[in-house]
Design a protein around this ligand. Structure first.
Ligand code: G3P
Ligand code: CA
Length: 277
């Protein structure tokens, strides 16, 4: 049985005996089955502002993205921070591994000027800062980046979400994903009501047995767009999972994924997915 069926059965039973039952039935009758593709701003609207900074996330919100995507790691002194690479070298004016620098040292770095003078002074955000600033304004797709480097990071992330009541069903659009599948299994055990995604660019992971294994604990199968086909989308849906694909940096790639029927597109340019943005 896949994760969605297990959770769904429990939820359906509790609803059947709740006063919300009739209201929900009426609502689904009026909404019909209109399909909408979620527009996910990859590390923020990275095409227009320095990745994983408030400038990029604000731009994602301004462009009406359904989610911002963030990469979470941990400082030497245990603070959760939002940055993609395991070192600060590419996206700041500093050098060194995230895990070897204190939060104070990380916060002193300039994470904006590499992208353009107008972004000088942008900082590496903390995870808690992102949750507090964007919850309720847009969804947050949280990637645990290289969690194998940070023992216990799953519990820490779970605690940050739980203390804000973001671990409940219908949790203000919080999703957790990683390339590290063991970490995601653990995350699913810690927060069974929070949707989990597995990331891959390996074709081997699209084999039926692999997909079935993912569906036991994951709600999303999130492949790079080079391995997406209509058949894959159908198989993933057949197993009760959704599919979000990455990383779109051209109009052609966005059009391709729309044609394939994916549920979400993770993009540096939200306007390629929805030209109204
Ligand atoms: O959300 C998908 C995407 O972020 C995975 O790759 O390297 O950009 O974190 P990466
Ligand atoms: Ca990412």
């Amino acid at each position: 049985m896949n994760k969605r069926s297990i959770l769904g059965a429990g939820f359906a039973l509790s609803l059947l005996f709740s006063p919300f039952h009739e209201a929900l039935a009426a609502d689904s009758a009026t909404t019909g089955d209109l399909r909408k593709i979620d527009n996910v701003a990859h590390r923020g609207a990275t095409g227009y502002a320095p990745e994983n900074t408030l400038a990029a996330f604000d731009k994602g919100v301004e462009m009406k993205s359904d989610y911002i995507e963030i990469d979470v790691q941990r400082s030497k002194d245990g603070e959760l921070v939002v940055i993609h690479d395991t070192t600060v070298d590419r996206t700041t004016d500093g050098t060194g591994y995230i895990k070897d620098l204190t939060f104070e040292q990380l916060r002193q770095l300039d994470a904006g000027s590499w992208k353009g003078e107008q972004f000088t002074g942008e900082k590496i955000p903390s995870f808690s800062e992102i949750l507090d600033r964007y919850r309720g304004k847009t969804g947050i797709l949280i990637e645990l980046k290289a969690p194998e480097l940070y023992p216990g990071i799953e519990e820490q992330v779970a605690q940050e979400l739980t203390q804000r009541n973001l671990d409940r069903p219908n949790n203000e659009k919080i999703i957790i994903q990683s390339f590290n599948f063991e970490s995601m299994k653990k995350m699913n055990t810690l927060l069974p009501n929070v949707p989990i995604g597995v990331l891959t660019s390996s074709k081997a992971h699209t084999a039926p047995e692999a997909l079935k294994e993912f569906s036991a604990y994951a709600d999303y199968f999130n492949p790079s767009y080079g391995i997406v086909t209509k058949e894959l989308v159908a198989e993933v849906h057949g197993l009760g999972m959704k599919i979000s694909s990455w990383t779109v940096r051209s109009q052609e790639a966005a059009d391709f994924l729309i044609e394939m029927g994916v549920d979400a597109i993770i993009t540096d340019y939200p306007d390629y997915v929805d030209p109204r943005n």
